[in-house]
Write a protein that binds this ligand. Structure first.
Ligand code: ZN
Ligand code: ZN
Length: 459
């Protein structure tokens, strides 16, 4: 019998047509066979997965590893170790770093830098904004997976990192969207109405409100729903596919639902922190859980789950946001001073699997929102996002019965000292094996892969 590099046997394989009990064979980074155990080829290495589930590797559609000039926040090695520990086999890296990924030159530099360092595959967002419309076509040609745009100006002090991915006015926003449409790519938008936020923040500050609840108060649901509806309308006019990042307000869900019901090419994302916590549960953590948009209330959270179940939300992504501790500690006395974002890559796998165990969604639905749908939306399917003969050997083995108390001090992210959100989280359901391009990068919680295993993923 022919021999292949790697065989996984005795598994429950999640395929698009249901669970297949058996195993799969891997050669040269591809799945070359899927069969009942007795019919599998022999492997140079064979792993008995002991009846556990094998899923297509997770694809994180929203990651800020940063690297390069911001490697002190997180670098491509530590960030992708964290990803591998959660069962993620491809990250889609956002453009906020130094230099910002918003020119053809910077795009090539980042692709080059990640190639030697990433443990998992990586796709790259390019930044698009009022400042760099002339760079869009070239970055699409270089393999940008989508174009990221903020509808608000950069936070004070971060102008350099944000160059080339925010819009200053709706006129240049529309022109930018039309340019993206011509490339056939996707516009991914952080949609909030900056004028409402600015007005409310100013008012709350003048009342000397400096706590996390004040921050939440400055970004009510209308800031999201207005931003999304304006972006959707402009995208419709420009005939461009639009992806709405991190939806978390119930008002926003209604706008997404309406856009979809009129047939617009619009997709939507949410994140584990919005699905796991409410403001009241985490407000004592102050600046460490200052995330934009903010973690909201119970009814928002419940409606997000419903939106996942009925397809209004297409995918779940980490929005992993690492920072040095001092940039978060700046908000201990005055919340407005803290940087926005929280690390999430180490936690997303176990946290989402725990929600499956708690009955909020099925494991099949999880495979859709964290792999299949992501690959389909961003043009990576069926090489990624599916387990079938001919697909890339990117997969994760899941032990649904394993329990673990998450310990932030053991996270792989450099930002473990600010990762308070999931510290102590009681998880049930753990990724136990992560395979990237046929190479084992994580086994039983230990990172065994080498930097450079991951490859650039082009849509
Ligand atoms: Zn954002
Ligand atoms: Zn983000």
């Amino acid at each position: 019998m022919v021999s292949v590099e790697l065989v996984l046997k005795n598994g429950k394989i999640m395929t698009t047509s249901g669970i297949f009990e058996g195993g799969l064979a891997v050669e040269a980074g591809k799945i070359v066979a899927m069969a009942k155990d007795p019919s599998l080829p022999t492997g140079e290495q064979t792993i008995d997965v002991k009846g556990n589930f094998i899923l297509p590797g997770f694809i994180d559609a929203h990651t800020h590893v940063r690297g390069m000039g911001r490697s002190n926040y997180e670098d491509f090695v530590t960030g992708t170790m964290a990803a591998a520990s959660s069962g993620i086999t491809t990250i889609m890296e956002m453009p906020i770093t130094l230099p910002p990924t918003s020119t053809v030159q910077a795009f090539k530099e980042k692709r080059e830098a990640m190639s030697g360092q990433s443990l998992v595959n990586f796709a790259l967002y390019a930044g698009a904004g009022s400042q760099n419309i002339q760079e869009i076509t070239g970055m699409a040609r270089e393999g940008a997976v989508a174009f990221k745009t903020f509808m608000h100006p950069p936070p004070a002090g971060r102008e350099q990192d944000f160059w080339g991915f925010y819009v200053t006015d709706d006129g240049s926003f529309l022109e930018m969207l039309r340019t993206i449409a011509q490339t056939g790519s996707i516009s991914a938008v952080h949609a909030e109405n900056p004028e409402i936020v600015e007005h409310l923040a100013k008012k709350l500050r003048s009342e000397r409100r400096m706590d996390l609840s004040a921050y939440l108060g400055s970004r009510p649901g209308i800031t999201e729903s207005e931003g999304i509806s304006r972006a959707a309308m402009l995208a419709s006019e420009a005939r461009v596919r639009i992806h709405i990042c991190h939806v978390c307000a119930k008002e926003a869900l209604e706008v997404v639902r309406m856009a979809k019901s009129r047939g617009q090419m619009l997709t939507a994302e949410t994140c584990p922190h919005y699905l796991t916590f409410t403001h009241d549960e985490i407000k004592h953590l102050g600046p460490y859980v200052k995330i934009n948009p903010p973690i909201r209330h119970r009814d928002d959270r419940d409606l997000l789950w419903e939106a996942i179940r009925n397809g209004v939300i297409d995918l779940v992504a980490s929005d992993h946001g690492p920072y040095p501790k001092k940039l978060k500690d700046a908000g201990l006395e005055d919340i407005w001073e803290a940087y926005m974002g929280a690390p999430g890559l180490d936690a997303i796998g176990p946290v989402m699997l725990t929600h499956v165990n708690n009955g909020l969604i099925s494991l099949k639905k999880l495979a859709e929102i964290m792999s299949e749908n992501v690959a389909k939306i961003f043009g990576l399917y069926p090489n990624k996002g599916a387990l079938s003969v001919g697909s890339d050997a990117d997969l994760v083995v899941i032990d649904m019965n394993a329990r673990k108390r998450l310990d932030a001090s053991k996270f792989h992210t450099k930002a473990r000292d600010i990762a308070l959100l999931y510290d102590g989280f009681e998880a049930k359901g753990i990724p136990s094996l992560t395979v990237v391009n046929g190479t084992i990068v994580m086994k039983d919680g230990e990172i065994v892969g080498k930097p450079g295993t991951g490859r650039f993923a082009r849509p």
